[in-house]
Design a protein around this ligand. Sequence first.
Ligand code: PFF
Length: 456
Amino acid sequence: MLKDVEREKWGSRIGFILAAAGSAVGLGNIWKFPYLAGENGGAAFILVYLFSVIVIGLPLIYAEILIGRTTNRNPVGAFVTLSNNHPFWRLFGFLGVIAGFSILSYYSVVAGWTLGYIFEAIKGTFYSFSLPTDAANHFNSLTGNPYWNVSYFILFMLLTMSFVYFGVQKGIELGSKFMMPLLFIILLVLLVRSLTMENTNLGLSFLIKLDWSVVRPGTFLLALGQAFFSLSLGMGAMLTYGSYMNKKDSIISSGFSVVTLDASVAILAAFAIFPALFAVGMEPNAGPGLVFHTLPIVFTKMQGGYFFAILFFILLALAALTSTISLLEVITAYFVDEKGWSRKKAVIIFGSLTILLGIPSALSFNVLSNFTINSLNFFDLIDFISSNIFLPVGGFLISIFIGYFLGKEKSIENLKQGSESFFDKYYWFGNIWFFFIRFVSPILIFLVFLRSLGLI
Ligand code: PFF
């Protein structure tokens, strides 16, 4: 049952912004966004993406932070409190915790690769490749080795657990205050390197010149889904981080900063990758293999590439780590708030259980590769269920909850707390936001959902 435990808060407004931006900025920004942009026309995809961030990302991040901050609870406790313990909404809160658990289990496998690749870069392995197929073969032989895959996965989980273990201020906030600035600095260094190569025009025009002919209705849905995943929406991560936010702080400006940082990192990552990639004569449409198959070759062909390769994989690992921390925090907050567990116990038990759940994902690239359901291996299956089912259903129901159950007055009243002067000036903002949450988000998310099930 609901317990009134003394809960920690962020030490500062910037602490929340960096931690929440840390959750948002992840593999989705540096690994997935560039390859999606690469496959879907560059500049046009970037514009469609920005549009999606504004119409779906911003309203929904406000909604999630609002629910967390109003209740000071994890997803289950938050919906129990606001719905007067309605079983449906309690169950829904639970879905968020389960989604956190399942995403963490496979996301950390990929995150583990980034650690492994830091060492590959240090060893100078990339210099023995001459073609992307050499890099791809090497990647397949590493991930095909169960010991390599499982060890880096467990190492990454232990890193994640060590931050969450020390709590909101001393673990997550302190870690984010160190890791996020470092991440921005590395990204800027890589950006400058890429833009100062010879022959960057091809890459730049790919990212700047609009070509609408490649944009189809499906591109919008792809961009919407990506905006959603990238902003960590739909499973209570922003809700949980919002629950540690001070009532005096503005949801409007903090949420806006998080969204802006997230979109900027995705776009800057594309600018750090494509000009360099085109400059050495490679193709932008390598898909998911872009980072592990194509980039290693790009680094061997650029001046100082040895160091830039190391920096790039450190960048990826940092981005992933601040995201996995937020996933583990959702689960931890549930057991601390609702079950009265100590944080340390929750982290050790659920960190270990996540490792157990993740092992079949790590083995999907080797010993379990033939174990498939509907032609998806375990890793793909967990990814599919989490990203294509849990997250859209989560986002849809959060909009429905605010738009139809919590209602306009109560929602806007809570949103205004800490943003009084903003609402004095832009008194219409609450109405517009509520309109998006009540009508626009549910419809768009529903379409994304149908699309990801392959129904449209
Ligand atoms: N936003 C992260 C990324 O772009 O990689 C992924 C993620 C983290 C999704 C945390 C959901 C979440 F709760």
